[in-house]
Design a protein around this ligand. Structure first.
Ligand code: HEM
Length: 188
């Protein structure tokens, strides 16, 4: 049997933790306004809290990645596939930073931000971006809607890249049979 080169346990834990939190956060972002009125505020605040948590985990992931070489891709991967896989991985790294940062900028430009402090999971105070809060109201309102549009479009880019990433992994697992999933699945 051919041995499969695998990621470290830390890389696996960070990968799946970020993946699960992002799925939950996309659902909260898309459906927060559809929950009963009494829960809307809590759903949006939880979305913000999970988003900031993802930003922290993304930083840890990047530091871990810079300090550890990932296992080489299996020899069966064709050259264009290697390029596509690397490109998708770099773009996914960029998005796990860009999505929370764009949300944070959007939220900092909220007109009542000063009167409604951001508490992560209702407990940990988290700062808004002071230079945005200090802007004149009209500029802040424009920034608030521009950065929401950017947040939404980054979400669309995320859906497309996650689909490519998952389909690529499944193609290798099911059709090429090169055990792609075992590289990132703990215990397999
Ligand atoms: C993992 C990080 C994040 C992801 C994947 C994410 C994703 C999304 C998505 C998909 C939406 C719905 C967009 C649409 O209507 O198409 C959304 C809405 C929103 N996001 Fe994020 N977001 C993240 C982080 C953040 C952060 C850190 C903040 C603020 C601190 C934030 C603030 C918001 C707000 C205020 C909304 C509008 C919610 C509503 O009014 O219904 N997001 N987000």
């Amino acid at each position: 049997m051919v041995a499969v080169a695998r990621y470290t346990r830390t890389a696996m834990v960070l990968h799946w933790l970020v993946a699960v939190l992002i799925v939950v956060n996309v659902l909260l972002g898309l459906f927060a306004d559809d929950v009963p009125d009494s829960l809307v505020r809590r759903a949006i605040d939880t979305h913000k809290s999970i988003g900031i948590t993802v930003l922290g985990l993304a930083l840890l992931r990047l530091l871990w990645r810079l300090a550890h070489r990932p296992p080489p891709l299996p020899a069966s991967y064709a050259r264009p596939e290697r390029g596509l896989a690397h490109g998708a991985h770099i773009a996914l790294y960029a998005l796990i930073f860009a999505l929370p940062i764009s949300g944070w900028i959007h939220d900092s430009a909220y007109k009542n931000a000063a009167a409604t402090p951001l508490l992560l999971f209702g407990v940990i105070p988290w700062p808004r971006l002071g230079w945005i809060m200090a802007m004149p109201p009209a500029e802040k309102a424009a920034l608030h809607s521009q950065w929401f549009a950017i947040h939404v479009w980054l979400g669309y880019a995320l859906y497309a890249l996650v689909a490519l990433h998952v389909l690529g992994a499944l193609k290798h697992q099911l059709f090429d049979r090169d055990k792609a999933l075992a590289r990132m699945l703990p215990g397999v």
